[in-house]
Design a protein around this ligand. Structure first.
Ligand SMILES: Nc1ncnc2c1ncn2[C@@H]1O[C@H](COP(=O)(O)OP(=O)(O)OP(=O)(O)O)[C@@H](O)[C@H]1O
Ligand SMILES: [Mg+2]
Length: 287
């Protein structure tokens, strides 16, 4: 197997049908990802990051081009591509343990009971959640739920871990803690990861490459930054590292200089138009 062509997105395009005609969300998205690479997708809100992730997950079918994982075309969701969403989607009536067990049962046949238990417990251990394994999702914090979501995804032994703003809803400290856990897990398991984030520091800290997307419609990959920082990485020492700060600067300059959000102008225009319409209506009803 060619490890350089582990996961390939080729000419991926996505058009969504809308009442006003097709909306072209993505065009010509080309990306080759190596086995074990940690990729971040960053770009302004609405540019198409989740659409890219959903195409790789097989939840959306690209309207142009396609995705190949280890020489097999992606056409539907599969256990080799596990997804972690921002809103930890645990089943509320099942304990932490049972939530993870369910995923294992769905994907791994042929384990006996003892092996199954050991595997579930091993994955809960990876995210430091063994102590709460018998609790219900309602009894644990948001950060803990997110850990369980990650354990559940890892327990499926996916080739590719797809994460859509996995830490977006968490406070800064919990977030830092989970980033560190994710770095440890990635070092240990070597899964290929695609993670969407809005956080520039998070992207630089975790990634091997940062894929920066242009604003939509017809969004595509604008630039790709190689993050050549040695691992393991430490957030404190990196804060003063010129190479780290150079990476941050590159991403910030892409987002806030090269791809400055133009939507505000369009929004402003829309607001002005609707205000004019309102005035016209008021004038005609007053007449
Ligand atoms: N099912 C759909 N039908 C029509 N348009 C859609 C659909 N899904 C997404 N879009 C549009 O495609 C564009 C990209 O959406 P997407 O959710 O991928 O953005 P995103 O980069 O993940 O944004 P955010 O950072 O806010 O999560 C947006 O303009 C969105 O409105
Ligand atoms: Mg999104």
């Amino acid at each position: 197997m060619d490890i350089d062509n582990h996961l390939e997105l080729t000419q991926v395009g996505m058009k969504f049908p809308t009442p006003k005609g097709d909306f072209v969300a993505l065009t010509d998205v080309n990306l080759r990802i190596k086995k074990g690479e940690f990729i971040s997708l960053i770009g302004h809100s609405g540019c198409g990051k989740s659409t890219v992730l959903n195409v790789v997950a097989g939840l959306y079918k690209a309207t142009d081009g396609g995705v190949i994982l280890d020489n097999t075309e992606v056409n539907e969701p599969g256990p080799e591509r596990a997804v972690v969403f921002q809103n930890h989607s645990l089943l509320p009536w099942l304990s932490v343990y049972k939530n993870v067990e369910l995923a294992v049962k769905q994907t791994r046949q042929g384990r006996n009971k003892a092996e199954m238990r050991a595997w579930v417990e091993h994955n809960l251990e990876l995210v430091h959640m063994t102590h709460a394994k018998d609790k219900l999702p309602s009894e644990i914090s948001g950060g803990m739920k997110q850990r369980v979501g990650i354990a559940r995804a890892l327990a499926m032994e996916p080739k590719v871990l797809l994460m859509d703003e996995p830490f977006g809803a968490l406070d800064a400290l919990t977030r830092a803690h989970l980033q560190d856990s994710l770095m440890e897990i990635h070092a240990e398991l070597g899964n290929t990861v695609i993670m969407i984030t809005h956080d520039v520091d998070e992207a630089v800290l975790l990634s091997d490459r940062i894929v920066m997307m242009t604003n939509g419609p017809s969004a595509t990959i604008g630039e790709i930054l190689d993050v050549d920082l040695p691992r393991p990485r430490n957030r404190i020492t990196l804060a003063d590292d010129p190479a780290y700060n150079h990476c941050r600067h590159e991403v910030l300059s892409f987002l806030y200089e090269k791809q400055r959000k133009v939507e505000n102008v369009a929004d402003h225009q829309k607001k002005r138009e609707s205000a004019t319409e309102e005035k016209a209506k008021d004038a005609s009803s007053a007449a």
